[in-house]
Design a protein around this ligand. Structure first.
Ligand SMILES: [Zn+2]
Length: 462
């Protein structure tokens, strides 16, 4: 019953655009215009689900709806940030490109558009080519392609509506903490295994951006956390802990839209896990973190100017496997290693070589004056990236730094140099589920950090 009530509330939020009364004096309220909206993106057909390669049947119903949410903030200098959060496993390049193209008529430039996925493992599989590669019924690949087109269109329409509604607003930043994320790389005599590591690195910060209207009503609460959304692994659609956290924050702030942005959680898991009750408990823990951030006396009112920047950097892969290596790999008992080897052998046959570069790796930065720097990294960035960005960009704690992973193109794992040296799943073993040749070379972290520093210093000079 309580679940049905929650569902009704969630459904009623479908395609809500918040109208902000135009009564504030923009000069007095500093410098922002903003609006927020939400749309349900729950698949209307039984789609194949992502998250776990071993799934053997499509989705069987839902726990609650999945949403895409849009927050548009515009500085009086005309610079704009369009933040799109989604209850999805990842943002594919196709989805990002389709949204980017369709929002151009609304005056949204590429550098202003940031898409983030909550990384729920109980969402639809958006990679139709992966469905085919895994040998799943091709019907589900077609449904997946159709779903991506539908989601892109719904997000773009929502962006257009929200852009149209921007009105004077105030923005505040604060943060608190939540403790359920745990490092999942445990060193053993056989190497690093996927298991709770109480001594591994974490980033327990819960950053919160609050948007308030002229009348002082909170209309948007954007919050982040660095933790895989893998409490659940069943066959029902569900936002996992981020879905529940957003629901709980909205229940505590009627009329407000809560948005979740995943952090650098490539090597972070929620523990314990595997029951719906635990997903709700983690969601409650995160919602409590958000409420704590909202009541701290450390809230900073964000001033301008807003500056945004986007660039693609090139990453290099380590030496690709030879044809002989791949032919040997075809003889292993591991189905996924065989599928990976087959794909690379096909690439060798077709092009005479295997790709050595990831040449369009998107990086994005938004700067709110001297108060907050928001960094968007693509892929499943490990926690080292957010810790390093905080250390190197915060000017000894004078500027808040919020780093999101899972932005714009969630291709697979993004290890740090340390993790590459340690080895294990996030270092390269997980690449067997992609079409990439294997692990990145050891320059990966410096190429990304150099790119982020170039973007931030480019903004500073303006
Ligand atoms: Zn993941």
């Amino acid at each position: 019953m309580r679940l049905e009530l929650g569902l009704a509330i969630a459904l009623s939020l479908s395609f809500v655009v918040v109208f902000v009364p135009n009564t504030v004096n923009a000069d007095e309220s500093c410098c922002w215009r903003a609006a927020v909206g939400a749309v349900a993106i729950t698949p209307e057909e039984p789609l194949w689900m992502g998250g776990y390669a071993a799934r053997d049947e499509p989705a069987d119903g839902k726990i609650h709806d999945l949403f895409a949410k849009v927050l548009v903030v515009e500085n009086l200098n005309g610079h704009r940030l369009v933040l799109v959060t989604t209850d999805l496993l990842g943002i594919t390049k196709e989805l990002r490109t389709a949204v980017e193209t369709q929002v151009r008529p609304y005056g949204v430039e590429r550098k202003s558009l940031l898409l983030n996925a909550s990384h729920t493992h109980c969402g639809p599989e958006l990679r139709s080519e992966r469905i085919l590669r895994l040998g799943i019924d091709a019907r589900y690949a077609a449904l997946s392609r159709k779903y991506v087109r539908w989601v892109a269109q719904r997000i773009a329409i929502l962006v257009g509506k929200v852009v149209d509604q921007i009105e004077p607003a105030r923005l505040f930043y604060s943060h608190a903490r939540a403790g359920f994320a745990m490092n999942r790389r445990l060193p053993t005599q056989k190497g690093f295994i996927n298991s709770p590591n109480p001594d591994g690195s974490t980033d327990h910060q819960v950053p919160v951006l609050r948007m308030e209207t002229a009348s002082g009503d909170t209309k948007a609460i954007l919050f982040g956390y660095a933790c895989h959304a893998t409490t659940l692994s069943f066959q029902q659609l569900c936002g996992d802990y981020p879905g529940f956290a957003q629901q709980f924050v909205q229940e505590a702030h009627p009329g407000c839209i809560a948005m979740f942005m995943n952090g650098c959680s490539g090597d972070q898991n929620p523990y314990p896990r595997r029951t719906l009750d635990l997903a709700k408990q983690h969601g409650r823990a995160l919602a409590n973190g958000v409420e704590t951030a909202l009541l701290t006396k450390t809230q900073t009112e964000l001033r301008g100017p807003l500056q945004v920047a986007f660039k693609n950097v090139t990453l290099r892969f380590a030496e690709p496997p030879s044809r002989k290596d791949l032919e040997q790999q075809m003889q292993t008992g591991n189905k996924y290693m065989r599928i990976h080897a087959r794909g690379l052998l096909d690439e060798l046959d077709a092009h005479g070589r295997i790709k050595t570069e990831f040449d369009r790796f998107p990086l994005q930065v938004a700067r709110f004056g001297d108060d907050l720097i928001l960094v968007g990294i693509c892929g499943e960035a490990v926690v080292d990236y957010s810790l390093r960005c905080k250390q190197e960009l915060s000017k000894k704690g004078k500027i808040a730094v919020w780093t999101a992973g899972y932005c714009n193109d969630v291709f697979g794992y993004l290890p740090s140099e340390r993790i590459l040296q340690e080895g294990g799943y996030e270092a390269g073993d997980a690449m067997r589920y992609t079409t990439f040749p294997g692990r990145f070379d050891t320059s990966v972290e410096s190429r990304i950090m150099d790119g982020i520093h170039q973007l931030v210093s480019g903004l500073s000079r303006k």
